[in-house]
Design a protein around this ligand. Structure first.
Ligand SMILES: [Zn+2]
Length: 269
């Protein structure tokens, strides 16, 4: 079990929501405030429950069998963590929501980053959020719940702070523990790395290395935004935790990695 799954299973607000879904009374519109690195995982966890015939991600019903990795014919997604979809795409997906479910008894439409949408874009979603179509449900995922109160008041709202989720982890201390670490991290994906970087940062700040902790947190956020590959995460954390790689150079390397929609010189395409 990773740290997010473990944290959620012990969270009363999460358990209340998932029990409600299992009882068959899925809220029309849900909002979740959580750091961007966890949003995809949380979205899939909720979508698997909402689209399941039994409301509990049973793994056995027709709808549960229709998942292909993280895609499902009744799951519509607009945007990605920290990046809202353009207004016309939001409108198009909203008009797809009322269509009959393909395999499930419901359809779910996910909007990322409503806190970064223009007021006009948010206003265009108020009506469908207030009154989703029959079988239609909406999920908003945001890093900060700084959204219009007119939207917020229509949502079953949950807020999770990263500090609550992260368990402090001591970085390896000697040659043997580094060798074990390298074996252990072979199967890590980017989300595991994100959690690990914040876990080490939490331990470092508890143990008075606040500067190194802050650098690690910054590293983790930047790495998620640049979609860093797992092997690069591994190299960066290894070198940074061992102090063999000057922190400034980490960001030189990032600057050479173009962000989505930006060319290598940092200009918007
Ligand atoms: Zn199921």
């Amino acid at each position: 079990m990773n740290s997010l799954t473990e944290y959620l299973s012990n969270n009363a607000h999460w358990n209340e929501l998932t029990a409600t879904i299992q009882n068959g009374s899925v809220p029309g519109a849900i909002g979740v405030e959580i750091r961007s690195g966890w949003q995809n995982e949380l979205m899939i966890s909720l979508a698997r429950r909402i689209l399941c015939e039994h409301g509990n991600a049973c793994g056995e019903c027709k709808s549960c069998h229709s998942w292909v990795e993280d895609t499902h014919p009744d799951l519509l997604i607009a945007g990605e963590p920290d990046t809202p979809a353009p207004v016309d795409e939001c409108r198009r997906k909203s008009s797809d929501l009322p269509m009959s479910p393909v395999v499930s008894t419901r359809r779910l439409l996910v909007f990322f980053a409503p806190e970064k949408m223009s007021p006009g874009a948010v206003n265009s979603l108020l009506k469908i959020t207030e009154e989703p179509p029959p079988h239609g449900h909406i999920l908003y995922l945001m890093s900060k719940a700084a959204i219009l109160s007119t939207l917020r008041s229509r949502l079953w709202m949950l807020s999770f702070s990263l500090e609550e989720i992260i368990t402090p982890v001591q970085p390896p201390v000697n040659q043997n523990s580094w060798i074990n670490w390298l074996k252990e991290v072979e199967k890590y994906d980017a989300d595991d790395w994100y959690a690990a970087a914040h876990g080490y940062a939490a331990w470092l700040s508890q143990n008075s290395d606040v500067a190194k902790a802050a650098q690690l947190q910054q590293l983790a956020e930047t790495a998620m935004l640049t979609h860093l590959s797992a092997p690069m995460w591994s190299d960066l954390l290894f070198l940074h935790l061992r102090g063999e790689y000057p922190f400034e150079h980490v960001f030189d390397d990032f600057r050479q990695t173009p962000l989505p929609g930006v060319d290598s010189a940092g200009r918007r395409k």
